[in-house]
Design a protein around this ligand. Structure first.
Ligand code: HEC
Ligand code: HEC
Length: 116
């Protein structure tokens, strides 16, 4: 447990850059370790928004949640999950951050429909 916490807190900007490059260029086997799965989903999310980890995180403390982008992101994760659920589109098509964001942190909604 202590080890896991430390592993999370030790994540710095270097790790962000490394992960970004690693996931960009390497084909990796499916991961089951929850920490690694979390990090990979973060890397994907950051890429879909065209930002780095520090857009939403204080690299000294990834658990901190005071940044505005962090709370908006959490809301949008909830929206995205709802859209993919049975009360939403039920996975047809599957929605992710890129569906609306198109690689931009603050997307223009009209662009999302224009570039289907
Ligand atoms: C668009 C905003 C955003 C970006 C960019 C982002 N994160 Fe996150 N991150 C979040 C949110 C929101 C949560 C909280 C998720 C939750 O509560 O389920 C989170 C949670 C985490 C956690 C878990 C913290 C904890 O409480 O245990 C880690 C570790 C993390 N992010 C690492 C990263 C790394 C590394 C990157 C860059 C590759 C990154 N994040 C990029 C928004 C972001
Ligand atoms: C249904 C469309 C849609 C989806 C899906 C979506 N977003 Fe957004 N998001 C928007 C729009 C539109 C804006 C711009 C709102 C504004 O500018 O007031 C926005 C703004 C944001 C912002 C604030 C931008 C800033 O200035 O930092 C963050 C952070 C964010 N989204 C994160 C996410 C993440 C992370 C996901 C995926 C889990 C996601 N969004 C999925 C539509 C979406």
């Amino acid at each position: 447990m202590v080890q896991r916490l430390r592993a999370r807190l030790d994540l710095g900007l270097g790790a962000c850059v490394f992960l970004f490059l690693a996931t960009s260029f390497a084909a990796r086997p499916t991961q089951t370790d929850p920490d690694i799965v979390m990090r990979e989903s973060m890397v994907t999310m950051a890429r879909q928004l065209g930002v780095t980890c520090t857009h939403c995180h204080d690299p000294q403390n990834f658990k901190a949640d005071q940044m505005r982008a962090h709370s908006v992101a959490r809301e949008h994760m909830r929206v995205t999950a709802w859209l993919n659920g049975r009360d939403g589109l039920n996975g047809k098509p599957k929605i992710d951050c890129y569906t609306c964001h198109r690689g931009e942190a603050a997307p223009k909604p009209e662009k999302a429909t224009a570039q289907k």
